[in-house]
Design a protein around this ligand. Sequence first.
Ligand code: FES
Length: 115
Amino acid sequence: MFFKRKKLRWFMIFGSVDKARELVPLNRTVRVDVDGKFLCLARTESGFFATDEKCPHQKLPLTHGGICENGTIVCPFHRYAWDLKSGREIERREVNIQLYTVEERPDGLFVGIES
Ligand code: FES
């Protein structure tokens, strides 16, 4: 079985990882504009994660008060929660979240979006 490899376009979110850590406190989220697309950037003990900014449940802004707990992100509106490593909804409601690849590099924090 062959899998088509995703081709990513990379975008700098912050010019340094230290700046990203300063502006995104541990276990918090911020909204970021990546080439005209809003993403929710979350920071946990495991690092940075990026998801769509709109909650897949009712398309409300996930970043608006979204919090991270034990490697999950929790929507503030109806408390659906997703594993930030897999994108799976914790209670298996089949409403998974879109994740984007985030890389910490010497020259900044980058997110990869499929082209
Ligand atoms: S809008 Fe996010 S859980 Fe309902």
